[in-house]
Design a protein around this ligand. Structure first.
Ligand code: HEC
Ligand code: HEC
Length: 410
């Protein structure tokens, strides 16, 4: 393996001289390795396909409305929480804390947003199947925005009627409706919801779904930017001189990432994620209720009235293949979580779905040791890497960040 990286002819000479192979500026990769490295470059990311469930997904007017909504604290129970409170634009749209805080504290870590338009499943457990249906969850969560769909509709009527109408048509008259009403939420909000007519509920649900669709149109514009790794991969693929693009330690880390570390089993493709769910034996977060990950999300995404097959979706009968053909059962779904993209990961401590691991050093050590899972069965096997190899792997992860930038601004 190691020898394959070294220019054959100089191998003996360097070994004799006692040099490390690191000192060679141009490692030689096997054809299979070159192909794998090329497949991780951002330049292989296809153009964003349309989301058939969201007819306004690529409408700039919808994106402008969604951008305003994303930063609007009026969409909250206390007037202080916006999506951007947890998804900070200058922190890759996350917040750098183990557990997110809005009106209260959540049981999971805030996820970054760049490139999530490519994800068939949203959230760590994939309990939503589109960006627009995902956006509706935090609005009605008591510990996040703590608002409800009727209050959201009133904010749209009062503050966004013109912009909303330009994208979705006129806002219906809501002046006779209670301030708060939702099938979720407080007893009072549920009682008000029960008192509404079917047509009133539908009108509110439609505005609510459209709020999600506008926010999703904005989120679709947030995409990852090229990194030092991409510059290296592209130069390698093109047969150009790669000297100096990555350091010898970073190259050693890349060799481990695509080889002995088996990282590309799950972190593959240009977003460094297979978009699937895996149990990797991540420890339970102390003090939180038991979290079973993907297995509990199946029923939730099927029951979601805003899913791809629901009446507020714009998808046709032949769309929604992901939802129709998803894996619904299996021991491997217990404590399985979505493989996150590793783009920009170095600047996003702490790590994992509840911030269980504080540093990247702890993450690579976790993979090396492959501890037993607190529930279900971990897919990992111990890697037997040396300290130097773990440090190299960590150094490689740093090449997946934008050069000289902390995050992307839309
Ligand atoms: C209180 C903090 C908080 C607020 C407010 C919040 N989020 Fe999140 N966001 C999170 C957390 C925590 C997760 C992961 C939750 C989980 O998996 O259970 C998340 C997950 C997501 C994801 C999934 C990304 C992926 O890769 O699957 C998206 C997209 C997102 N949020 C967008 C939004 C939008 C849009 C809003 C506003 C309507 C919003 N969030 C409001 C904390 C927050
Ligand atoms: C079997 C699939 C799988 C393999 C193999 C794998 N990962 Fe992961 N990775 C995941 C999943 C799933 C998560 C999220 C787990 C969680 O939060 O519980 C994750 C999380 C991470 C994170 C934290 C990201 C964040 O935003 O919190 C890093 C860093 C990481 N992996 C790097 C690696 C490296 C380096 C390797 C190779 C040594 C590797 N992974 C191998 C599936 C995998």
């Amino acid at each position: 393996m190691r020898a394959s990286l070294v220019v054959g002819g100089v191998l003996a000479a360097t070994a004799l001289a006692g040099w490390s192979w690191f000192t060679l500026s141009s490692p030689v990769w096997s054809p299979a390795e070159t192909k794998l490295i090329a497949s991780l470059s951002l330049s292989t990311l296809p153009p964003l396909p349309p989301d058939p469930s969201n007819a306004v997904g690529d409408d700039p007017a919808a994106a402008a409305l969604g951008r305003a909504l994303f930063f609007d604290t009026r969409l909250s129970g206390n007037g202080q929480v916006a999506c951007a409170s947890c998804h900070l634009p200058d922190k890759q749209f996350q917040d750098g804390t183990p557990l997110a805080s809005g009106m209260g504290q959540t049981n999971r870590r805030t996820m970054p947003i760049a490139g999530t338009a490519y994800n068939p499943w949203l959230f760590w457990d994939g309990r939503r199947d589109s960006q627009w249906s995902q956006a509706l969850g935090p609005l009605e969560s008591a510990v996040e925005h703590g608002t409800d769909r009727t209050q959201v509709a009133h904010v749209i009527a009062a503050a966004y009627a013109v912009d909303y109408e330009a994208v979705f048509g006129a806002v219906p008259d809501l002046s006779n409706l209670a301030e708060h009403a939702s099938p979720l939420g407080s007893d009072a909000a549920r009682a008000s919801w029960a008192a509404l007519s079917e047509a009133e509920r539908d009108a509110i649900n439609r505005i609510f779904a459209n709020v999600g669709k506008a926010i999703a149109a904005f989120e679709r514009t947030i995409l990852p930017q090229p990194t030092r790794f991409d510059a290296y991969a592209d130069a390698l693929t093109a047969g150009h001189d790669t000297t100096g693009l990555l350091t010898p330690t970073e190259l050693e880390g890349l060799r481990l990432f695509v080889g002995k570390g088996e990282c590309t089993k799950c972190h593959n493709g240009p977003l460094l994620t297979d978009q699937h769910f895996h149990n990797t034996g991540v420890p339970a977060a102390p003090g939180l209720p038991a979290d079973s990950g993907r297995i509990d999300a199946i029923a939730q995404v099927l029951a979601d009235p805003f899913n791809c097959l629901g009446i507020y979706s714009d998808a046709g009968p032949t769309d929604c293949a992901e939802l129709r053909y998803m894996d619904r059962e299996g021991h491997d779904l217990v404590r399985a979580y979505k493989s996150p993209s590793l783009r920009g990961v170095t600047e996003r401590a702490p790590f994992m779905h509840a911030g269980q691991l504080g540093t990247l050093a702890a993450v690579v050590r976790h993979y090396n040791e492959a501890p037993a899972a607190p529930a279900g069965h971990s897919e990992l096997e111990p890697l037997a890497m040396s300290e130097a190899e773990l440090a190299a792997l960590e150094a490689f992860l740093g090449t997946l960040s934008e050069a000289g930038s902390e995050g992307n601004q839309p």
